[in-house]
Design a protein around this ligand. Structure first.
Ligand SMILES: Cc1cc2nc3c(=O)[nH]c(=O)nc-3n(C[C@H](O)[C@H](O)[C@H](O)COP(=O)(O)OP(=O)(O)OC[C@H]3O[C@@H](n4cnc5c(N)ncnc54)[C@H](O)[C@@H]3O)c2cc1C
Length: 382
């Protein structure tokens, strides 16, 4: 008779992907160990930091429209169970200077999905949100039911619920140790399934398989002060937004929980090592974003930077996620490739991964397969 392994599943990585996977498996009454080398959504993890946008605008990539919509149900439910909010329903506005294929694809995908997305012309946007200078924008897509997730807090809550539900969580560095086996700080453990949800560390954990298929890029996030006594930039008066006006993409969020007005330049930066990178904002990044803010949000021109973060994207070649079996190690799964847009999908990623692990689903989603991941960066999912 085959020997019973210590765990039904071990999940390595307590970022948003690993945390929700462990949570789902425990809900199915599996014996689950969740391990992280530094803690849920820690300062260097891709799931760290204050906030993340959730939206269903994804061009013609309707798979992500579906996943974001399904995930929002779980985020809302989690937010209702916690004392501090996980989800702020600010609405999300994408604006464009012409009917690019991304906008057209989004309109069609949302119509097919029956989403209440509104198409607004420039005059209507300017009337609703006078804080934004829409001079060169033609129209926007407004998603009233989406908004902003509190990132670190939400991952910590998912892990806390997992533990309250009987899951075990440990801090340790994991290293693959063969089929169904992992070494945790040098001590061996076995499980029917081991899921490596190691975010930007995946290429380091599996250099032969992923060394040239996950591209870790430097990304900067800036928070600006808002004018004293002025509520125009609060979440009650401004949505999450993304400026798709040709050229580079900028996005941001209203002031939430008194943190400052968040703005980011969504351009892939230099390739970095998540362990050794100094997390200091560049002078060039500050100048670029300040100039952008002055133009697009004239009321914030000259307002000082109050905080910044340097994070990283763990990009797959085109931006699609990775959710597949290890090519040679039996019982080992690879999960990652969040590519700068993965956070919102955590609950649904966790559900899909758990179904695969439990054998309730055997087919790998083709877009998430290892075989679909190329060794050349060519971003297409936004
Ligand atoms: C600046 C920035 C802005 C973003 N904005 C958005 C947004 O607005 N909306 C959105 O949906 N998404 C956004 N994203 C993307 C999203 O945050 C990521 O795709 C997502 O958080 C990735 O989660 P993860 O669990 O795969 O990785 P991580 O959060 O990095 O988790 C991986 C975990 O694995 C652990 N680990 C690694 N190796 C080991 C090991 N050997 N042993 C033990 N533990 C290990 C790490 O410690 C880490 O905690 C953004 C990302 C960044 C960086």
């Amino acid at each position: 008779m085959a020997q019973r392994r210590s765990w039904d599943a071990i999940v390595v990585g307590a970022g948003v992907f690993g945390a929700w996977t462990a949570w789902r498996l425990r809900k199915a009454r599996k014996r689950v160990l969740l391990v992280d080398l530094a803690g849920p959504a820690h300062a260097r993890a891709s799931s760290g930091g204050e906030s993340r946008m959730t939206r269903a605008v994804y061009g013609a990539d309707a798979i992500y429209t579906r996943m974001a919509t399904a995930s929002l149900v779980d985020w809302r439910a989690l937010s209702r169970r916690t004392s501090l909010p996980i989800f702020h329903e600010t609405g999300v506005l994408f604006f464009f200077n012409n009917m690019v294929p991304y906008a057209q694809g989004s309109i069609e995908a949302h119509r097919a999905a029956g989403l209440p997305t509104q198409q607004l012309d420039r005059a209507e946007m300017q009337r609703r949100w006078p804080q934004i200078n829409f001079a060169d924008a033609e129209f926007g897509l407004f998603e009233p039911r989406f908004g902003v997730l509190m990132a670190r807090r939400s991952v910590q809550e998912v892990v806390a619920e997992f533990v309250r539900d009987g899951g075990e969580y440990r801090i340790a560095r994991a290293a693959p140790a063969g089929a169904h086996a992992v070494s945790l700080n040098g001590l061996g453990e076995t499980a029917d399934a081991i899921v490596y949800a190691c975010g930007p560390w995946l290429p380091r954990v599996f250099p032969e398989v992923l060394g040239d298929r996950i591209f870790v890029t430097r990304q900067e996030i800036l928070f600006f002060a808002t004018p004293p006594g002025d509520t125009s930039y609060e979440a009650s008066r401004l949505p999450g937004w993304a400026d798709y006006n040709g050229g580079d993409l900028f996005y941001g969020m209203p002031q939430l929980e008194s943190r400052g007005f968040k703005v980011a330049h969504d351009k892939h930066g230099a390739h970095i090592d998540p362990d050794t990178e100094e997390r200091v904002l560049s002078a060039e990044g500050l100048a670029t974003v300040k100039a952008y803010v002055a133009r697009r949000f004239p009321g914030l021109a000259g307002m000082p930077l109050v905080e910044s973060r340097v994070c990283q994207y763990e990009n797959s070649s085109n931006g699609d996620f990775l959710m597949d079996r290890h090519p040679t190690l039996e019982g080992v799964w690879l999960l990652g490739g969040g590519s700068g847009h993965g956070f919102k999908h955590g609950p649904e990623v966790g559900r899909m991964m758990a179904e695969l692990v439990m054998g309730r689903q055997s087919a790998i989603e083709p877009r998430f397969s290892l075989a679909s991941k190329a060794a050349v960066q060519n971003r297409s999912v936004l």
